[in-house]
Design a protein around this ligand. Structure first.
Ligand code: SF4
Ligand code: SF4
Length: 410
């Protein structure tokens, strides 16, 4: 698809990058077959090919309308289209540029901008944990429609291991995860300790920036990335071997630091290095599967369904990585129909588009529960809580399951 850029555009470097990405698209439409919003809504403009065309029109100088915004907003950024595309169109990067361009050319009404800004501050700031605590306390008094939106209390965090190891990794702790499910980070530290890897944290680091990025707060997302790089760099310099993540959504953002900060001369090189050093916890554990299997409790092996987050499959391009590890540990994973489709969580999507998100969740839960698993495991905090809110079968992080099955060393 050729794009005719007008001379002297608002941001010509970004527009040129986007035009290069669009050029690879040959209009074949294969991507529509795996796009959840196209499947649900049946409108070409709610599929990747139509959205690419809308972005191209905008870059060529056509004024974007409310419809343009609606169709780009409805995209889950699940990137299933990217996995399907035979021409290698990097839709994830393209839609980021398209959304930024749309925000420049057609700013949202001020109320919507304020609401988005407030949502970023609330979810990634210090008020989230106490507000969640109060919400849980008041839960029985609230209408059921509000109750469903307040996650139940999760397992308390078990103690972190104390011993020092030769191998050390940094953990991206996340922002909402420690409040929603405090045991996931502790379980990660314990399981890594079991294979001789010590987990350290940098208290000055925080949210990876994904929430701000999803809500059009691009500058804030970049600031959060820079703050994390500054907080991690001294530890990486001192020999810490990787930045490990246990939420694939956050991991996808981390992998993008190099691309996001590519034009910032003070951070580009370090951002690219952080992206290179980012590892999903499953990648660190995979070489130690046999050792872990020897430590599993008798009867630990169960019939499970695994929900592979879009961020794992399409963002990190790590399809099957967690599943292979679980199978090496002896878990019987059941076949899940349409496993490539999004569950509807998609960062803050379920808050902004609750109807589409609920329809996708219903379909996902039907698929996950079709073979009657004992539990559903997953790898991303957003998906886990979104699914748990409507699931008849408990949903939890696979690392918590593994941690709970490990027999303490005698
Ligand atoms: S599959 Fe790729 S090349 Fe084909 S229409 Fe979609 S984005 Fe374009
Ligand atoms: S990112 Fe997901 S929702 Fe958006 S166009 Fe691609 S497949 Fe469709």
């Amino acid at each position: 698809m050729q794009t005719q850029l007008p001379r002297g555009g608002a941001d010509s470097a970004e527009a040129t990058t986007a035009a290069g990405l669009i050029q690879r698209c040959v209009h074949c439409g294969f991507c529509n077959a795996t796009c959840p919003t196209y499947q649900l809504l049946g409108d070409e403009r709610d599929g990747p090919r139509g959205r690419i065309y809308l972005i191209k029109q905008m870059l060529e100088g056509h004024a974007p309308t409310e419809r343009t915004q609606q169709h780009l907003d409805r995209c889950l950024t699940c990137r299933a289209c990217e996995t399907t595309c035979p021409s290698g169109v990097e839709y994830g990067h393209l839609v980021e540029i398209g959304r930024a361009e749309l925000t420049r050319r057609k700013p949202r009404p001020w109320r919507e901008r304020m609401a988005r800004r407030a949502l970023v501050s609330f979810l990634t700031g210090p008020l989230f944990a106490p507000a969640l605590h109060v919400g849980r306390w008041l839960r029985p008094l609230l209408p059921s429609s509000v109750q469903r939106r307040i996650p139940q209390r999760d397992r308390r965090a078990s103690p972190w291991p104390r011993q020092q190891q030769v191998r050390r990794v940094l953990l991206l702790e996340g922002c909402v995860q420690p409040a929603l499910s405090p045991n996931i980070n502790a379980a990660t530290a314990r399981v890594l300790d079991a294979v001789g890897i010590e987990v350290v944290v940098a208290p000055a680091a925080g949210c990876c920036g994904a929430i701000a990025q999803h809500l059009d707060e691009r500058e804030r997302a970049l600031e959060q990335a820079r703050r994390n790089i500054d907080a991690w760099w001294p530890l990486l310099d001192s020999g810490v071997e990787a930045v490990v993540f246990n939420a694939t959504g956050c991991g996808t953002q981390l992998r993008e630091y190099g691309w996001l900060l590519r034009d910032d001369p003070s951070y580009a090189a370090r951002a690219a290095r952080v992206s290179e050093l980012s590892r999903d916890v499953s990648a660190l554990l995979a070489p130690h599967a046999a050792r872990l299997r020897d430590r599993l409790a008798v009867g630990a092996v169960q019939r499970m369904a695994y929900h592979a987050p879009c961020s794992q499959q399409h963002g990190l391009k790590a399809r099957g990585a967690v599943e292979s590890l679980l199978e090496e540990l002896g878990v019987r994973l059941m076949n899940v129909p349409d496993a490539h489709l999004c569950c509807g969580s998609a960062g803050t999507y379920s808050l902004l588009h609750p109807e589409i998100a609920s329809q996708l969740r219903d379909a996902k839960l039907q698929a996950l529960q079709s073979r009657q698993p004992q539990e559903i495991l997953s790898a991303n905090i957003g998906c886990i809580h979104h699914l748990n809110a409507a699931s008849a079968v408990p949903v939890r992080h696979w690392i918590e399951w593994l941690d709970a099955q490990l027999v303490p060393r005698g």
